[in-house]
Design a protein around this ligand. Structure first.
Ligand code: ATP
Length: 229
């Protein structure tokens, strides 16, 4: 492949320092993914066994009760780039931990909510980002179980990205010939010709039956696009 002379547009990599509090299924998966991405992760859980099981996998792990103000101060959490409160079922612990971290001045606080009411309280406390993993995953999977799409990611309230099988009626035609944008009001972002590799889509990209497409667009035109045969 010819070497490009274009200046690199990559942002310089910044390894973030992140505290993940509550190492249940969600917290653990988040913490391990951050470590895989080259970030520094301090994992905290009140359960000694949980902490032991993750020793060596995260940058640091500590067994501590994060509803205790002194403990949080000693751990120096205010100096971190970001903290994620991944305690869900124990509402009191989630709320107290979030409130204390905000008091300490954590710059970016993400908190997981298990219900709408829980999310409302976290928002009122001032959490910078409140996430609803079960709710969001449920919506995503709904579009997959019906067979409409192989994956469905809601980027914003009215903007979605999906993975779909190429409609049979598109076989042998290029994206330019199909006039995807003007005819369907969506954008084909990438195409996988069945070799496991996704390649960026160009106007001259020819589609074949069995191709997988990554398509982005507003919700309504995209919902119509995924129904095409
Ligand atoms: P998941 O669905 O991610 O498994 P969950 O929503 O069921 O988690 P919890 O069980 O409430 O959430 O908490 C997740 C983790 O948080 C558990 O490992 C628990 O030990 C830890 N945890 C709960 N309370 C505290 C606390 N006060 N301080 C530190 N860790 C805590």
């Amino acid at each position: 492949m010819p070497k490009s002379n274009a200046p690199s547009r990559r942002r310089s990599f910044h390894a973030a320092n992140v505290a993940v509090i509550g190492l249940g299924r969600f917290g653990t998966s988040l913490a391990l993914e951050l470590v895989n991405g080259g970030h520094q992760v301090l994992g905290i859980d009140s359960d000694e066994k949980v902490v032991q099981s993750l020793a060596g996998q995260l940058t640091h792990v500590v067994a501590a009760d994060t509803t205790d103000e002194e403990t949080l101060k000693e751990l120096g959490l205010a100096d971190l780039d970001c903290a994620v409160v991944a305690i869900g079922a124990d509402l009191e612990a989630s709320i107290l931990t979030t409130s204390l971290l905000l008091q300490l001045g954590v710059k970016q606080l993400w908190a997981k909510a298990n219900s709408a009411a829980h999310g409302k309280i976290l928002n009122q406390l001032g959490a910078h980002h409140v996430i609803f993993p079960e709710y969001e995953m449920g919506r995503r999977v709904a579009h997959m179980v019906t067979g409409e799409s192989l994956d469905y990611v809601q980027i914003d309230e009215d903007f979605v990205m999906v993975k779909v099988i190429c409609p049979q009626s598109f076989d042998g035609q290029t994206l330019a010939e199909l006039k995807i944008r003007s005819n369907y009001e969506v954008t084909v972002v990438a195409v996988n010709h069945g070799n496991g590799l996704y390649e960026p889509a160009f106007p001259e990209t020819e589609l074949k039956v069995g191709d997988l497409l990554v398509v982005a667009g507003r919700k309504q035109p995209l919902d119509e696009f995924v129904q095409l045969q």
